[in-house]
Design a protein around this ligand. Structure first.
Ligand SMILES: C[S@@+](CC[C@H](N)C(=O)[O-])C[C@H]1O[C@@H](n2cnc3c(N)ncnc32)[C@H](O)[C@@H]1O
Length: 265
């Protein structure tokens, strides 16, 4: 059952982790931007009503949404106040209307108040994706649009397999698969559902650079099954050495499975 395999995140840890990453986040985000751009390639532009960006981060997608849509109001929502500050800074020139510090799994918005909800790479941080998707269904108006991207289970498969040879702890966040996501959407009552994925392989100069990149974007492992603070220097070095063995001509490979989801209420 999907629910049994779901990740459990400590929301305070998620919040602190993104607060810490917020001021230097843009140095590490070319992957998120690529995925955000691809998500937007297939959206229906919203010509009226309110638009909401969930997990706005530093505001890359939010800014594009204000340019693309001719909506009445565009709102940015994030669990991290540090990230919301960045959204504010980076969307200064745009017609953004509101900033909401809240959890995507507990949306503080009125029923049927929003015309379109978008989200780029925030839902992989939700412990209960079914609940988060149900909340979106509640706040959307009839025929409202929902489009989001998230990571699928092939994400960081190389890192996962290398760690598995070093110790038995959880070192990579758990990512839900497309059929689970499709099920949540159907059970919430969404229609015209499309879920597709693509594997994007990023090459890094060294395994350490990959680890720094994950930390920099606030994406280091925070699953509760993780080896809290116990990963010794020796184990970490052993992992880096094993990962080095996967090197190809373009560098150290890391797969990211980008999942793109489109649905209507
Ligand atoms: C990888 S960043 C993506 C940011 C942005 N959408 C972009 O495209 O660059 C993920 C964002 O989701 C936010 N986030 C994580 N869990 C959240 C939750 N439960 N509710 C709301 N925002 C959350 C983080 O604070 C962070 O800003």
């Amino acid at each position: 059952m999907a629910g049994v395999r779901q990740a459990v995140f400590d929301k305070q840890v998620v919040q602190q982790s993104f607060d810490l990453a917020s001021d230097r986040y843009n140095q590490f985000t070319s992957l998120q931007r690529t995925i955000g751009d691809r998500l937007l390639e297939r959206i229906d532009v919203c010509s009226q009503g309110n638009v909401l960006d969930i997990g706005s981060g530093t505001g890359y997608l939010t800014k594009k949404l204000t340019e693309l849509n001719h909506a009445d109001d565009v709102y940015a929502l994030d669990i991290s106040t540090g990230m919301l500050q960045q959204t504010k800074l980076n969307t200064r020139q745009s017609s953004l209307n509101g900033f909401i510090c809240a959890d995507a799994e507990n949306l503080p918005l009125a029923k049927e108040s929003i015309r379109a909800v978008y989200s780029n790479l925030a839902y992989q941080w939700c412990s209960n994706l079914g609940k988060a998707i149900g909340d979106v269904h509640d706040i959307l108006q009839t025929d409202g649009v929902f489009a989001f991207s998230t990571f699928g289970p092939k994400t960081l498969q190389e890192l996962k397999s290398v760690w598995a040879t070093v110790d038995g702890a959880v070192h990579v966040n758990y990512f839900e698969d497309m059929s689970d996501i499709q099920g949540y959407l159907e059970r919430s009552g969404f229609k015209q559902i499309t879920v597709r994925s693509e594997d994007i392989v990023v090459h890094y100069d060294t395994p350490k650079q990959l680890m720094l990149g994950l930390k920099g974007m606030g994406a280091h492992n925070i699953n509760q099954g993780r080896n809290k603070g116990l990963t010794g220097v020796g184990a970490f070095k052993a992992m880096l050495k094993k990962y080095e063995g996967l090197r190809v001509e373009s560098g150290i490979p890391a797969t990211y499975e980008a999942v793109y989801v489109y649905a209507k209420k």
